[in-house]
Design a protein around this ligand. Structure first.
Ligand code: NZQ
Ligand code: ZN
Length: 389
């Protein structure tokens, strides 16, 4: 088991009604708020009105940035920084999924960025960047942005989508009832993203970090149990609550403590697909993950034991033949993703081979997949993309 540091500064409110803490928490940072949100789901669900009642009732001054896209753009970050500077904003309140929270993290850091162009900040973020305080209200269980320091920002002009450490939220309010309105497609995609955050770290060369591995297996089983319930019964509190709790822990790296890093290869490959084709992150991951698994299992049989453990402890398969179990576990995972209604081929998303080589080159340059759990060359990545068509 390797050394690790636990240092997560986010104050995390979980459960129905926790919005009662909003005014008090915001007040710690000031009275001048930038309220950020996406394309309108917060208005349709009524959450926007609830929040405005609270803000108006406590004399906050509110500036709004709306229309933040899924796969949030650097253009929204630039606009948000401009609004913060012009209005003397004290604190950002982000209401939405990972896209809104990520964009808000970049705005929070961008406020203090001294360079000419905010895209340079995303390309080369500093360590421990100074940031405006960020409070968020989560509405979609998926990315874990509510409990991690990362932000993933896209530049559609350069076909780049980069995930970088920016800042932790100061406060996250996670009320599962706010996810009742998430449509089936995003429920399934978000759940696949949660699972991927676990899988990326579970398949590591360190075999003796028992607590981390046990948490990974529990979270994977919990998502596979609760996502189908939420799909059938979107207002099932228990299912939505478990997905939300899993979401926050899965990307926090707590489930990798004590383990050797893996470079998160599926995320590196998926971000290229999103950068070129603007696809839903979790869908890209569900498509790539079983293909990546089959590829590395064939390339490096030393990983067979870990795949057999996954098949036994997560999928619940039995048997003594590790090689057979390893393959059956991957097939079962793929069948599970398909059962949640996710498209399982890149061609279904209108993606062809034309950019594979460029994407593989970029994925490797940015993510150093030569250092992955099983090292991947550019040619390997192209092969995984092809197998996903
Ligand atoms: O924009 P609105 O109208 O709000 O609709 C959103 C959007 O269309 C909708 N939605 C969100 N909450 C809803 C809802 N619809 C109905 N009811 C609700 N309660 O869902 C759609 C997707 O939202 P988005 O925020 O884009 O989804 P997600 O949370 O999956 O975030 C995806 C982004 O996060 C990045 C991804 O790459 C992608 O850019 N990631 C961020 C990470 C991080 N910060 O640590 C790690 C992840 O691996 C990931 O890369
Ligand atoms: Zn992800």
């Amino acid at each position: 088991m390797l050394n690790f540091v636990h240092d997560i500064p986010t104050r995390y409110y979980f459960g129905e009604g926790q919005i009662s803490n909003l005014a008090g928490e915001l007040s710690r940072f000031g009275k001048n708020v930038l309220l950020t949100y996406g394309g309108g789901s917060v208005k349709r669900s009524g959450l926007y009105d609830t929040i405005m009642d609270i803000l108006n009732g406590h004399d906050f001054k509110v500036t709004e940035l709306n229309g933040i896209d899924p796969n949030p753009r650097i253009t929204s970050v630039r606009e948000g920084v401009r609004l913060c500077k012009e209005n003397g904003v004290d604190v950002i309140l982000a209401v939405g999924g990972g896209s809104t929270i990520d964009c808000s993290k970049a705005i929070a850091c961008g406020f203090y960025w001294e360079g000419d162009d905010l895209w340079d900040m995303i390309r080369n973020p500093g360590r421990n960047m100074k940031a405006l305080p960020l409070v968020d209200i989560l509405t979609l269980s998926a990315t874990g942005s509510e409990f991690d320091p990362f932000g993933v920002i896209s530049n559609m002009e350069t076909n780049e989508k980069l995930g970088v450490p920016l800042c932790y939220p100061s406060v996250s309010i996670c009320d599962p009832t706010y996810t009742f309105s998430v449509p089936a497609y995003h429920t399934a995609a978000g759940s696949a993203d949660i699972m991927s955050h676990i899988i990326e770290g579970y398949f590591s060369r360190t075999d003796d970090s028992d607590l981390a591995d046990g948490m990974c297996e529990t979270i994977l089983k919990s998502v596979m149990k609760n996502c189908p319930v939420a799909l059938k019964d979107p207002s099932n509190y228990s299912a939505r609550a478990n997905l939300m709790h899993n979401s926050s822990i899965a990307c926090s790296h707590i489930t990798e403590y004590g383990k050797q890093g893996t470079m998160w290869p599926c995320h590196g490959m998926e971000h290229e697909l999103s950068a070129f084709y603007d696809i839903t992150h979790g869908v890209g991951l569900a498509i790539l993950t079983p293909r990546w698994m089959r590829f590395i299992l064939a390339k490096d049989p030393t990983v067979t034991g870990r795949f057999a453990r996954f098949a036994r402890n997560v999928i619940g398969l039995e048997g003594n033949d590790d090689a057979a179990l390893a393959k059956e576990g991957i097939d079962a995972l793929e069948a599970y993703f398909a059962s949640t209604g996710i498209p399982m081929k890149l061609s279904e998303l209108g993606i062809g081979e034309e950019h594979f080589s460029e994407m593989a080159d970029h994925a490797n340059k940015i993510n150093h997949l030569e250092l992955a759990y099983v090292p991947l060359t550019n040619e390997d990545i192209v092969e995984i993309f092809r197998a996903s068509l």
